[in-house]
Design a protein around this ligand. Structure first.
Ligand code: NI
Length: 254
């Protein structure tokens, strides 16, 4: 029933129990599919290795803006054959993070553009990380009308959401929709059509409200689906079913 389109199971937070947790999520918690996006060369490799071990796990490969400092040109060449593997569904997560590092905006933008161009060449969708960089992210994706994908854990304004939706983008919603200060995210949710919503956890981060601060996992997707359902007047199951189809459509699993 659930497709967690953004969960970092390669993260070391899962080292103690990854191989018990993943089969359990799939067999007992209704998690049909998982997409694990890479953040640098090592985690892209690790995400693909996990995807190789579990039929229901897929990967994306890319360089996250937070990894800009450690990024080397050779990493880019090494990522390319990974992106061509059948279980790699997207380029990500990529984007801009001015909360983390506002001193290297130009370098972040250059790396983001380069990876978008690469995704277009490979005909793959992209997974965008946009933290406190809404204007620049929007300006960059406007320049690539043929790019498609998802704004992961969307945190922009309703106006920005409207423009992205008009341009065919999907919006990802995570634990923060359950937080008390989620007013803007709920406004965005109310204008976002059901067929553009993706459910994500960003595990091990961003646990939903009742579990905030603890390690997150795809088992917590129902909290997010339920909150979205409240906004949309639907059951959590209806939201999950729609988001599953949306994810399959965007990431080419239909
Ligand atoms: Ni992430």
């Amino acid at each position: 029933m659930f497709f967690d389109t953004h969960a970092h199971y390669d993260d070391r937070a899962f080292d103690p129990d990854r191989d018990e947790l993943l089969p359990r999520l799939h067999a007992e918690q209704g998690v049909d599919l998982i997409l694990d996006p890479g953040c640098d060369l090592a985690s892209s490799r690790a995400a693909l290795a996990l995807a190789g071990r579990y039929s229901f796990v897929y990967a994306a490969v890319g360089i996250h803006p937070e990894e800009l400092g450690a990024f080397q040109e050779a990493d880019f060449a090494a990522l390319r054959p990974l992106a061509e593997q059948p279980k790699c569904l997207a380029v990500g997560e990529i984007g801009l993070d001015y909360y983390w590092d506002a001193a290297h905006k130009d370098e972040q933008k250059a790396l983001f553009r380069r990876q978008i161009e690469w995704a277009i060449e490979l005909c793959k969708p992209i997974i965008v990380h946009d933290r406190e960089a809404h204007g620049d992210c929007l300006e960059i994706v406007r320049a690539y009308p043929e790019a498609r994908g998802v704004f992961h854990c969307f945190s922009g304004s309703p106006e920005m959401a409207e423009e992205l939706l008009k341009r065919g983008w999907y919006l990802g919603f995570d634990g923060p929709v359950t937080y008390k200060n989620a007013r803007k995210a709920l406004e965005v949710l109310s204008l976002c059509p059901l067929d553009r919503i993706l459910l994500e956890t960003d595990s091990p981060y961003l646990s939903p409200a009742p579990l905030r601060g603890r390690r997150n996992s795809s088992a917590n997707l129902p909290y997010i689906a339920e909150k979205i359902g409240q906004v949309k007047g639907l059951s959590a199951g209806e939201v999950a079913a729609a988001a599953l189809e949306n994810g399959k459509w965007l990431f080419g699993l239909l």
